[in-house]
Design a protein around this ligand. Structure first.
Ligand SMILES: Cc1cc2nc3c(=O)[nH]c(=O)nc-3n(C[C@H](O)[C@H](O)[C@H](O)COP(=O)(O)O)c2cc1C
Length: 332
Protein backbone atom coordinates (compact mmCIF):
# COMPACT_ATOMS: atom_id res chain seq x y z
CA UNK A 1 0.00 0.00 0.00
CA UNK A 2 1.33 3.46 -0.80
CA UNK A 3 1.20 6.73 1.15
CA UNK A 4 -1.82 8.01 -0.80
CA UNK A 5 -3.82 4.99 0.37
CA UNK A 6 -2.62 5.58 3.92
CA UNK A 7 -3.79 9.19 3.67
CA UNK A 8 -7.22 8.03 2.42
CA UNK A 9 -7.55 5.58 5.32
CA UNK A 10 -6.72 8.21 7.94
CA UNK A 11 -9.09 10.68 6.29
CA UNK A 12 -11.86 8.13 6.87
CA UNK A 13 -10.68 7.21 10.38
CA UNK A 14 -10.85 10.81 11.60
CA UNK A 15 -14.52 10.99 10.54
CA UNK A 16 -15.28 8.72 13.53
CA UNK A 17 -17.38 10.19 16.35
CA UNK A 18 -15.52 11.25 19.49
CA UNK A 19 -16.64 12.61 22.83
CA UNK A 20 -17.00 16.44 22.51
CA UNK A 21 -15.28 16.01 19.12
CA UNK A 22 -11.94 15.82 20.94
CA UNK A 23 -10.46 13.45 18.32
CA UNK A 24 -8.09 11.96 20.91
CA UNK A 25 -5.98 9.94 18.47
CA UNK A 26 -2.68 9.85 16.60
CA UNK A 27 -1.67 7.52 13.77
CA UNK A 28 1.63 6.30 12.49
CA UNK A 29 2.29 4.46 9.24
CA UNK A 30 4.79 1.61 9.27
CA UNK A 31 6.58 0.62 6.05
CA UNK A 32 8.42 -2.51 4.98
CA UNK A 33 11.94 -2.53 3.50
CA UNK A 34 10.61 -1.64 0.05
CA UNK A 35 8.76 1.40 1.38
CA UNK A 36 5.27 -0.13 1.18
CA UNK A 37 2.97 0.70 4.07
CA UNK A 38 2.35 -2.61 5.85
CA UNK A 39 0.80 -1.47 9.15
CA UNK A 40 -0.91 1.47 10.82
CA UNK A 41 -0.46 2.15 14.52
CA UNK A 42 -3.16 3.99 16.46
CA UNK A 43 -2.23 5.85 19.65
CA UNK A 44 -4.24 7.68 22.31
CA UNK A 45 -3.63 11.41 22.49
CA UNK A 46 -4.12 11.94 26.22
CA UNK A 47 -3.62 15.71 25.91
CA UNK A 48 -7.13 15.67 24.45
CA UNK A 49 -8.75 13.69 27.23
CA UNK A 50 -11.63 15.10 29.30
CA UNK A 51 -10.50 15.05 32.91
CA UNK A 52 -13.91 15.98 34.33
CA UNK A 53 -16.40 13.77 32.46
CA UNK A 54 -13.97 11.02 31.56
CA UNK A 55 -11.29 10.73 34.28
CA UNK A 56 -10.46 7.08 33.45
CA UNK A 57 -10.34 7.54 29.68
CA UNK A 58 -13.30 5.24 29.03
CA UNK A 59 -14.87 7.57 26.45
CA UNK A 60 -11.46 8.34 24.98
CA UNK A 61 -11.01 4.61 24.29
CA UNK A 62 -14.53 4.31 22.87
CA UNK A 63 -13.83 7.23 20.52
CA UNK A 64 -10.54 5.67 19.39
CA UNK A 65 -12.24 2.28 19.02
CA UNK A 66 -14.67 3.83 16.55
CA UNK A 67 -11.74 5.35 14.64
CA UNK A 68 -10.01 1.96 14.54
CA UNK A 69 -13.18 0.42 13.11
CA UNK A 70 -13.43 3.16 10.46
CA UNK A 71 -9.73 2.64 9.56
CA UNK A 72 -10.23 -1.11 9.21
CA UNK A 73 -13.26 -0.59 7.01
CA UNK A 74 -11.41 1.98 4.90
CA UNK A 75 -8.54 -0.48 4.39
CA UNK A 76 -10.93 -3.22 3.32
CA UNK A 77 -12.82 -0.90 1.02
CA UNK A 78 -9.52 -0.13 -0.72
CA UNK A 79 -9.29 -3.83 -1.54
CA UNK A 80 -6.86 -4.99 1.14
CA UNK A 81 -7.34 -7.55 3.88
CA UNK A 82 -6.30 -6.48 7.35
CA UNK A 83 -5.96 -7.71 10.89
CA UNK A 84 -6.50 -5.49 13.90
CA UNK A 85 -4.60 -6.19 17.11
CA UNK A 86 -5.82 -4.17 20.09
CA UNK A 87 -3.30 -3.02 22.72
CA UNK A 88 -0.43 -4.83 20.98
CA UNK A 89 2.30 -3.56 23.32
CA UNK A 90 1.76 -4.52 26.99
CA UNK A 91 4.40 -1.92 27.93
CA UNK A 92 2.59 0.98 26.22
CA UNK A 93 -1.07 1.53 27.17
CA UNK A 94 -1.27 4.43 24.70
CA UNK A 95 -0.56 2.12 21.77
CA UNK A 96 -4.21 1.24 21.19
CA UNK A 97 -4.03 -0.81 18.01
CA UNK A 98 -1.93 -2.09 15.17
CA UNK A 99 -3.74 -2.55 11.87
CA UNK A 100 -1.72 -4.99 9.77
CA UNK A 101 -2.32 -4.65 6.04
CA UNK A 102 -2.74 -7.99 4.28
CA UNK A 103 -3.14 -9.26 0.73
CA UNK A 104 -5.40 -7.83 -1.92
CA UNK A 105 -9.08 -8.84 -1.64
CA UNK A 106 -12.18 -7.27 -3.16
CA UNK A 107 -14.42 -5.68 -0.55
CA UNK A 108 -17.84 -7.18 0.09
CA UNK A 109 -20.98 -5.21 -0.86
CA UNK A 110 -21.60 -4.57 2.83
CA UNK A 111 -18.06 -3.19 3.33
CA UNK A 112 -18.56 -0.85 0.37
CA UNK A 113 -21.97 0.29 1.70
CA UNK A 114 -20.57 0.97 5.17
CA UNK A 115 -17.52 2.79 3.79
CA UNK A 116 -19.82 4.98 1.68
CA UNK A 117 -21.70 5.90 4.87
CA UNK A 118 -18.59 7.31 6.57
CA UNK A 119 -18.89 10.82 5.05
CA UNK A 120 -22.69 10.82 5.55
CA UNK A 121 -22.83 9.85 9.25
CA UNK A 122 -23.25 12.61 11.82
CA UNK A 123 -24.65 13.14 15.31
CA UNK A 124 -28.29 14.23 15.08
CA UNK A 125 -29.27 16.38 18.08
CA UNK A 126 -32.55 17.65 16.65
CA UNK A 127 -35.87 15.83 16.81
CA UNK A 128 -36.32 12.77 14.61
CA UNK A 129 -39.08 12.04 12.10
CA UNK A 130 -42.13 10.29 13.51
CA UNK A 131 -41.45 7.19 11.40
CA UNK A 132 -40.17 4.33 13.54
CA UNK A 133 -36.95 2.49 12.76
CA UNK A 134 -38.19 -0.73 11.07
CA UNK A 135 -37.73 -4.06 12.89
CA UNK A 136 -35.38 -5.42 10.17
CA UNK A 137 -32.99 -2.52 10.74
CA UNK A 138 -33.23 -2.92 14.52
CA UNK A 139 -32.22 -6.57 14.02
CA UNK A 140 -29.32 -5.54 11.77
CA UNK A 141 -28.14 -2.99 14.35
CA UNK A 142 -28.26 -5.61 17.08
CA UNK A 143 -26.19 -7.90 14.88
CA UNK A 144 -23.65 -5.17 14.06
CA UNK A 145 -23.08 -4.39 17.73
CA UNK A 146 -22.97 -7.95 19.03
CA UNK A 147 -19.61 -9.74 19.15
CA UNK A 148 -17.83 -11.88 21.70
CA UNK A 149 -17.64 -9.36 24.54
CA UNK A 150 -20.06 -6.67 23.27
CA UNK A 151 -23.86 -6.57 23.24
CA UNK A 152 -26.81 -4.37 22.36
CA UNK A 153 -29.89 -3.99 24.54
CA UNK A 154 -32.87 -2.34 22.87
CA UNK A 155 -34.94 -0.40 25.42
CA UNK A 156 -38.25 -2.02 24.51
CA UNK A 157 -39.41 -3.47 27.82
CA UNK A 158 -42.11 -1.77 29.94
CA UNK A 159 -40.45 0.74 32.25
CA UNK A 160 -37.11 0.80 30.38
CA UNK A 161 -37.59 4.28 28.96
CA UNK A 162 -38.85 5.84 32.19
CA UNK A 163 -35.96 4.36 34.19
CA UNK A 164 -33.45 5.59 31.64
CA UNK A 165 -35.00 9.05 31.29
CA UNK A 166 -35.03 9.58 35.06
CA UNK A 167 -31.42 8.45 35.58
CA UNK A 168 -30.22 10.44 32.58
CA UNK A 169 -31.88 13.63 33.87
CA UNK A 170 -30.41 13.04 37.33
CA UNK A 171 -26.89 12.58 35.91
CA UNK A 172 -27.30 15.66 33.72
CA UNK A 173 -28.37 17.74 36.74
CA UNK A 174 -25.35 16.52 38.72
CA UNK A 175 -22.99 17.41 35.88
CA UNK A 176 -24.51 20.81 35.20
CA UNK A 177 -24.05 22.15 38.72
CA UNK A 178 -20.32 21.36 38.58
CA UNK A 179 -18.28 24.45 37.63
CA UNK A 180 -15.43 22.27 36.33
CA UNK A 181 -17.87 20.52 34.01
CA UNK A 182 -18.98 23.86 32.67
CA UNK A 183 -15.38 24.97 32.03
CA UNK A 184 -14.53 21.73 30.26
CA UNK A 185 -17.65 21.98 28.10
CA UNK A 186 -16.87 25.62 27.26
CA UNK A 187 -13.33 24.61 26.19
CA UNK A 188 -14.77 22.32 23.54
CA UNK A 189 -17.75 24.41 22.43
CA UNK A 190 -16.21 27.86 22.21
CA UNK A 191 -13.43 27.21 19.74
CA UNK A 192 -11.94 29.79 17.42
CA UNK A 193 -13.54 29.79 13.94
CA UNK A 194 -11.62 27.37 11.76
CA UNK A 195 -10.55 25.13 14.66
CA UNK A 196 -10.49 21.53 13.50
CA UNK A 197 -12.14 20.12 16.61
CA UNK A 198 -14.82 20.75 19.25
CA UNK A 199 -18.56 21.24 18.81
CA UNK A 200 -19.42 24.15 16.50
CA UNK A 201 -22.72 26.04 16.68
CA UNK A 202 -23.63 24.51 13.30
CA UNK A 203 -23.81 21.06 14.95
CA UNK A 204 -26.48 22.29 17.36
CA UNK A 205 -30.15 22.74 16.41
CA UNK A 206 -31.55 26.26 16.62
CA UNK A 207 -34.27 25.12 19.09
CA UNK A 208 -33.13 24.85 22.70
CA UNK A 209 -32.81 21.33 24.12
CA UNK A 210 -36.00 21.69 26.19
CA UNK A 211 -38.12 22.37 23.10
CA UNK A 212 -37.11 19.43 20.94
CA UNK A 213 -39.77 17.03 22.21
CA UNK A 214 -37.27 14.53 23.56
CA UNK A 215 -38.29 12.63 26.69
CA UNK A 216 -34.57 12.08 27.19
CA UNK A 217 -32.32 14.82 28.49
CA UNK A 218 -30.05 15.81 25.62
CA UNK A 219 -26.73 17.33 26.61
CA UNK A 220 -26.98 21.12 26.53
CA UNK A 221 -23.84 22.26 24.73
CA UNK A 222 -25.02 25.87 24.94
CA UNK A 223 -25.14 25.92 28.71
CA UNK A 224 -23.63 29.25 29.68
CA UNK A 225 -24.15 29.28 33.42
CA UNK A 226 -23.96 26.30 35.74
CA UNK A 227 -27.22 25.12 37.25
CA UNK A 228 -29.95 22.56 36.83
CA UNK A 229 -31.79 22.29 33.52
CA UNK A 230 -34.31 25.05 32.87
CA UNK A 231 -37.92 23.84 32.35
CA UNK A 232 -39.46 24.71 28.97
CA UNK A 233 -41.24 28.07 28.90
CA UNK A 234 -44.90 27.80 29.85
CA UNK A 235 -47.64 28.89 27.46
CA UNK A 236 -48.19 27.63 23.94
CA UNK A 237 -48.39 23.98 22.98
CA UNK A 238 -45.65 21.72 24.33
CA UNK A 239 -43.64 20.00 21.56
CA UNK A 240 -45.12 16.63 20.64
CA UNK A 241 -43.01 13.81 22.05
CA UNK A 242 -40.82 11.82 19.68
CA UNK A 243 -40.41 8.05 19.81
CA UNK A 244 -36.81 7.29 19.02
CA UNK A 245 -35.21 3.88 19.02
CA UNK A 246 -33.21 3.71 22.24
CA UNK A 247 -30.34 1.30 22.64
CA UNK A 248 -27.63 0.59 25.18
CA UNK A 249 -24.35 -0.78 23.89
CA UNK A 250 -22.42 -2.66 26.53
CA UNK A 251 -19.54 -4.98 27.20
CA UNK A 252 -18.77 -7.98 29.38
CA UNK A 253 -15.59 -6.37 30.72
CA UNK A 254 -14.87 -2.79 31.78
CA UNK A 255 -11.24 -2.10 30.93
CA UNK A 256 -9.38 -0.43 28.03
CA UNK A 257 -9.72 -3.53 25.85
CA UNK A 258 -13.49 -3.63 26.46
CA UNK A 259 -13.83 0.11 25.83
CA UNK A 260 -12.00 -0.20 22.50
CA UNK A 261 -14.28 -3.09 21.55
CA UNK A 262 -17.29 -0.96 22.50
CA UNK A 263 -15.99 1.79 20.24
CA UNK A 264 -15.55 -0.62 17.35
CA UNK A 265 -19.11 -1.92 17.84
CA UNK A 266 -20.35 1.68 18.04
CA UNK A 267 -18.65 2.47 14.75
CA UNK A 268 -20.33 -0.49 13.04
CA UNK A 269 -23.78 0.30 14.48
CA UNK A 270 -23.62 3.96 13.46
CA UNK A 271 -22.51 3.17 9.91
CA UNK A 272 -25.08 0.38 9.45
CA UNK A 273 -27.76 2.85 10.59
CA UNK A 274 -26.47 5.70 8.42
CA UNK A 275 -26.47 3.41 5.37
CA UNK A 276 -30.27 3.28 5.87
CA UNK A 277 -30.74 6.99 6.63
CA UNK A 278 -30.86 6.54 10.41
CA UNK A 279 -28.68 8.68 12.69
CA UNK A 280 -27.95 8.79 16.39
CA UNK A 281 -27.27 11.05 19.28
CA UNK A 282 -25.28 9.54 22.09
CA UNK A 283 -26.47 10.67 25.53
CA UNK A 284 -23.64 9.66 27.76
CA UNK A 285 -24.19 11.84 30.86
CA UNK A 286 -25.79 8.86 32.66
CA UNK A 287 -22.64 6.79 32.05
CA UNK A 288 -20.24 9.52 33.19
CA UNK A 289 -21.62 9.61 36.75
CA UNK A 290 -20.64 6.34 38.41
CA UNK A 291 -23.74 6.09 40.64
CA UNK A 292 -26.22 6.54 37.76
CA UNK A 293 -24.20 4.18 35.55
CA UNK A 294 -24.45 1.48 38.24
CA UNK A 295 -28.18 2.18 38.76
CA UNK A 296 -28.83 1.98 35.01
CA UNK A 297 -27.12 -1.42 34.86
CA UNK A 298 -29.07 -2.64 37.90
CA UNK A 299 -32.49 -1.30 36.98
CA UNK A 300 -32.31 -2.50 33.36
CA UNK A 301 -30.99 -5.89 34.52
CA UNK A 302 -27.95 -5.57 32.29
CA UNK A 303 -25.44 -8.38 32.57
CA UNK A 304 -22.19 -6.47 32.06
CA UNK A 305 -21.30 -2.81 31.71
CA UNK A 306 -23.20 -0.14 29.78
CA UNK A 307 -20.84 1.88 27.57
CA UNK A 308 -23.06 3.96 25.26
CA UNK A 309 -26.67 5.11 25.29
CA UNK A 310 -27.99 6.01 21.85
CA UNK A 311 -31.18 7.72 20.72
CA UNK A 312 -31.75 6.86 17.05
CA UNK A 313 -34.11 7.77 14.25
CA UNK A 314 -34.55 9.34 10.83
CA UNK A 315 -32.89 12.76 10.69
CA UNK A 316 -32.59 15.56 8.17
CA UNK A 317 -29.17 17.00 8.88
CA UNK A 318 -25.69 16.47 7.56
CA UNK A 319 -22.16 16.41 8.99
CA UNK A 320 -20.97 19.83 10.16
CA UNK A 321 -18.45 19.06 12.90
CA UNK A 322 -14.91 19.83 11.77
CA UNK A 323 -11.97 17.45 11.79
CA UNK A 324 -8.25 18.01 12.24
CA UNK A 325 -6.16 17.73 9.09
CA UNK A 326 -4.67 14.31 8.35
CA UNK A 327 -1.16 15.79 8.51
CA UNK A 328 -1.82 16.90 12.10
CA UNK A 329 -2.59 13.39 13.28
CA UNK A 330 -0.47 11.16 11.04
CA UNK A 331 3.27 10.58 11.19
CA UNK A 332 5.07 8.26 8.80
C1 LIG B 1 -17.97 8.34 23.71
C2 LIG B 1 -18.83 9.39 23.07
C3 LIG B 1 -19.74 10.11 23.87
C4 LIG B 1 -20.56 11.08 23.29
N1 LIG B 1 -21.49 11.74 24.07
C5 LIG B 1 -22.34 12.63 23.50
C6 LIG B 1 -23.37 13.27 24.28
O1 LIG B 1 -23.55 13.00 25.46
N2 LIG B 1 -24.19 14.15 23.63
C7 LIG B 1 -24.05 14.45 22.29
O2 LIG B 1 -24.83 15.24 21.77
N3 LIG B 1 -23.08 13.85 21.54
C8 LIG B 1 -22.25 12.96 22.12
N4 LIG B 1 -21.28 12.33 21.35
C9 LIG B 1 -21.17 12.67 19.92
C10 LIG B 1 -19.98 13.61 19.67
O3 LIG B 1 -20.20 14.87 20.25
C11 LIG B 1 -19.74 13.70 18.16
O4 LIG B 1 -19.36 12.45 17.67
C12 LIG B 1 -18.67 14.71 17.77
O5 LIG B 1 -19.05 16.00 18.15
C13 LIG B 1 -18.38 14.71 16.26
O6 LIG B 1 -19.55 15.02 15.53
P1 LIG B 1 -20.18 14.01 14.47
O7 LIG B 1 -20.56 12.75 15.21
O8 LIG B 1 -21.37 14.74 13.93
O9 LIG B 1 -19.16 13.73 13.43
C14 LIG B 1 -20.46 11.35 21.91
C15 LIG B 1 -19.56 10.60 21.11
C16 LIG B 1 -18.77 9.63 21.68
C17 LIG B 1 -17.84 8.83 20.82
Amino acid sequence: MNNDDLHTIIEMAVRAPSVHNTQPWRYSGHSDKRGNVDAIDVFADRDRSLGVVDPFGRELHISCGAAIEFAELATRSLGRQCTVRLLPDPGDPDHLARIEIGDEKSPTDEEVALAQSVPLRYTERDRFDDRPVPPELVRALRQSGTTVGTWIRVLDQPGDEVTTAVLLAHADDLERVNLEYEHELANWTQKEPGAGDGIPASALPSTPVESRGSSFRLRDFEQTTPGPAVPPPSGGDPPSPEHPLMIVLGTDGDDPQAWLMAGRALGRVLLRAAADGVYASPMTQVLEVSSTRAMLAGQLDLVGHPQMLLRMGYGHGHPTSPRRAVDDVLST
